[in-house]
Design a protein around this ligand. Sequence first.
Ligand code: ATP
Ligand code: MG
Length: 290
Amino acid sequence: MQDQATKLRNIARKKEGANKISSAKVLVVTSGKGGVGKSNMSTNLALAIGQYGRKVLLIDFDLGLANIDILFGIYPQYTLKDVLRGQKGLMDVVVEGPGGLLIIPASSGVEDMVNLSNTQKERLIKELGQIKDDIDLVIVDTGSGIYSDTVRMLLAANEVVIVTTPEPTAITDAYSVIKVIARYRKEPRIKLLINMCRNIADAKSTGKKITEASKRFLGVGIQDVWAVPFDYHVERSVRGQKPFVIQYPDAIVSSTIRRIAGSILSGQGRAYADSETGGVDSFFRKLVNV
Ligand SMILES: Nc1ncnc2c1ncn2[C@@H]1O[C@H](COP(=O)(O)OP(=O)(O)OP(=O)(O)O)[C@@H](O)[C@H]1O
Ligand SMILES: [Mg+2]
């Protein structure tokens, strides 16, 4: 782990780089059912996007069981809670992971954004504002289910990735999340990630069920549908506390994640082209003010 001075130097160096994208977009990863692979997908996607040379900030916003730190085998000293209390700056909380990935770990303890005082809200926005110019993409891992904080996230995000598995219960719960988003947002940018697919037919039929129901009953078009195979390397990497794109780069699941990362980056061009959704700044403002 690097000290604060090194982190700041790296960030300053990055700032000098050419082709800087002016406003980072925010991708929120969520699901209806728990345990479908959100944390593993967001962590490994963040790393894979980093491998394409982008600066990514990964935020663990699972208010119940924050565990991105566990996937990395890191033991953070401070969390977002310390920032809100005014005891630490964001740079004290941000941990630098492999490949320069920035991680805001384990925010369980920030019980409810609704209950933040105005001072806390302002503090959060100000602190986040410090790093926003240096990152290309923010990925937020949320808890499962439709809880108020997660919903706020979904409504504030530029893009939402809904993770499901081919199980009927997970499919139904994924649809419920889309329904909630559709209720509040006119043209939501929703991507579907079908995880733990045992075969292509399963993946296809799951994708078809969700996209068709969303279109027909909610009038919502799903932008992209991605399938990730069931791969025992995921479980192994969780046990070894080293994300699979690093530990098992040749595994099928890793090449699949790299492909999806590429697809997210190519889609970014579209997202940047329209200003309607705003960037990370507007995300955090919406988050605390919705
Ligand atoms: N593609 C996959 N192949 C095999 N196993 C997987 C795959 N994706 C996830 N898993 C397994 O599922 C478990 C749960 O994954 P993860 O913790 O990422 O889910 P989650 O949606 O974040 O859970 P929670 O709702 O508790 O936050 C992992 O420990 C891993 O063993
Ligand atoms: Mg999780």
